[in-house]
Ligand binder design. Sequence first.
Ligand SMILES: C[S@@+](CC[C@H](N)C(=O)[O-])C[C@H]1O[C@@H](n2cnc3c(N)ncnc32)[C@H](O)[C@@H]1O
Length: 261
Amino acid sequence: MSESPEGERDETTPGQTGHGPSRPPPSAGLDDTSASAAQPPARRVVGQPAYSEDARSYDWMTGAYEGFRRAIVDALPVRPGQVVLDVGSGTGLCFGLLLEKVGPEGGVVGIEESPEMVAMALERIEQEGWRNTTVLQSRAEDAEIALTADAALFCAVHDILQSRVALRNVMNHLRSGAWVAAGGGKWAASWMLAVNLHRMILHAPYVRSFEGFQRPWSHLEQLLEDVHVRELGFGSGYIMTGHALPPARASGGARSCGPAP
Ligand SMILES: C[S@@+](CC[C@H](N)C(=O)[O-])C[C@H]1O[C@@H](n2cnc3c(N)ncnc32)[C@H](O)[C@@H]1O
């Protein structure tokens, strides 16, 4: 995937709309200008029916991975009252797990480009009555995040992790030292052919490219310190955590330590 993914993914002008029946506390600083009906037409997710016409079956299709999703969220040590960015939030399957941690005083802000996935997330928010959860319909690359968050979650979002532009934009809206957790699939050792074949079939509908699938966190780790990586499922999955670098060091791409497999 290109570092400037704008050209290769878009068919139409990117849309960006803030959504949600409720939003994080005012201290979270979510700007009202992000919510507007007068936005450009929503961009469709090119070539990924899983996030457009098949979005309604996403929860069912990925339901078996609920335990893994919880493990990734559990790796993110956020406290009650904090605000978390859920980057590539999809239908909002991580919202409830995150809300268990941040509580009613905290907040969750989803960032999701697919209008169909956002629609499902909004239904979930409405049904659950979550008053401190909102969704920003936008690409992570150019999302106008009008707050400084305490943590960010990247759950099963391989494509976003391959976009340095998206990662930089998200990190620019995290406070120094904020916790970051990422997790998803990856290639196991090359001799584990059956495991990798299974991974490929499983993930194909959900990734634009398998580029970087050997070490999906390789761009993100350059923006973090105290990076730890845990591999799961015979090396076919991972959970990575780290702290956001202070801005001066992040701009230089510094990194304090490498992954611990
Ligand atoms: C596999 S789903 C994961 C959804 C959710 N995190 C979960 O755990 O179920 C990946 C999501 O990332 C979204 N996505 C992919 N690239 C994106 C980008 N550049 N900006 C925002 N969202 C993106 C897709 O539309 C999709 O909803």
